[in-house]
Design a protein around this ligand. Structure first.
Ligand code: PLP
Length: 360
């Protein structure tokens, strides 16, 4: 079946059709090997080339300096909630910015192994805005922030570096890595699960400055960044097929003109939808302008019952996975890199039709 829907899922998310086609073409036999990528030994030359090409592509796309390591880890971004404090806290206090449900989870997890100070929070605001950050004056091992709050739809498109007094910055970029430009040198460590803008679930990217990788023999082997750094992410079997798919998607990003071109396209898509929401008498955006995400756009109809009807009717029209996260309700359109502008236009056309049909 060739029929594809417009998939607004927050993750695992839509992938470019060209990437899926390419994978399909070499699915049974990768480069005349007679084997699928998922059947290749991770120690084979073919796979080692896939891994090094994936890393080189990411380095080019994000302009990653030579003194940063790129690690491919399993366990999702959620495992990084634990690995970051285990590897970076060094017995010192760590500072967290609580800007949404995922930051909250990162904080809860870090509290299990480190002394956490939440230095700013917009929880009282139901995370509809970014928190107000006062300049940091105390010493912390690092400051952690989530660049894009996938559930609530806020984002730090500019990092408020002037507030952090030069402290090492750690970012969860799971839901907007490679969709907006960031300067890697602003961060000590960046992590992101792949399943939104990089490829299928199964691999998590960690970009870490070399001087933050330490030898911590008391840590379980697979929880130490040093293990991955010393073994070129091959201490044990890496998620080979996910890495291969990531390589294809990174090649696709490069073909689109790189992250700057992708960001431009994402801004255009997001603007279309926000403009429509802001001019509507029927729909509302819960997120304040200036704090809004380019990749996850929540919205509401006049009532929760109508929200439910909207999601069902949209699904029947080939616009799928628009239900908001269960903790916030309403709708959410995730418009990652692979969502074409035609998908956003189709959504807006449907929203118009639904509003007219349901306005008395
Ligand atoms: N952080 C953010 C910002 C996310 O959006 C998600 C998942 O959606 C996670 C962390 C958790 O990622 P994973 O499911 O890979 O553990």
């Amino acid at each position: 079946m060739e029929q594809r829907v417009y998939n607004f899922s927050a993750g695992p998310a839509v992938m470019p059709k060209a990437v899926l086609k390419k994978a399909q073409n070499e699915f049974l036999s990768y480069q005349q090997s007679g084997m699928s990528v998922m059947e290749l030994s991770h120690r084979s030359e073919l796979f080692e080339t896939i891994l090094s090409d994936t890393e080189s592509l990411l380095r080019r796309l994000m302009d990653i300096p030579a003194n940063y390591k790129v690690l491919f880890i399993q366990g999702g971004a959620s495992l990084q909630f634990s690995m970051v404090p285990l590897n970076l806290a060094n017995g010192k206090k760590v500072a967290y910015i609580d800007s949404g449900s995922w930051s909250k989870k990162a904080i809860e997890e870090a509290k299990k192994t480190a002394e956490v100070v939440t230095i700013a929070s917009s929880a009282k605001n139901s995370y509809h805005t970014l928190p107000v950050i006062e300049p940091v004056t105390e010493d912390y091992a690092y400051v952690h922030l989530t660049t894009n709050s996938t559930i609530e739809g806020t984002a730090y498109l500019d990092i408020p570096l002037d507030k952090f007094n030069g402290l090492p910055l750690v970012a969860d970029m799971s839901s907007n890595i490679l969709s907006s430009e960031y300067n890697v040198e602003d961060f000590a460590l960046i992590y992101a699960g792949a399943q939104k803008n990089i490829g299928p679930a199964g691999v998590t990217i960690v970009i870490v400055r070399e001087d933050f990788i330490q030898s911590l023999p008391e840590l379980p082997t697979l929880l130490s960044y040093e293990t991955y750094a010393n073994a070129n992410s091959m201490y044990n079997t890496p998620p080979t097929f996910s890495i291969y798919m990531a390589k294809l998607e990174l090649e696709w990003i490069e073909e689109q003109g790189g992250v700057a071109a992708i960001e431009k396209a994402n801004r255009k898509k997001a603007q279309l939808l926000y403009d429509f929401l802001d001019h509507s008498d029927f729909y509302t955006s819960p997120v304040e302008a200036g704090h809004r995400s380019l990749t996850n756009i929540p919205f509401l109809t006049p009532s929760p019952t109508m929200d439910e009807e909207f999601v069902i009717a949209a699904e029947a029209s080939g616009l799928t996975n628009l239900e908001g996260h269960r903790v916030v309700g309403g709708m959410r359109a995730s418009v990652y890199n692979a969502m074409p502008i035609e998908g956003v236009e189709a959504l807006i056309a449907f929203m118009n039709k639904f509003a007219v049909a349901n306005t008395v």
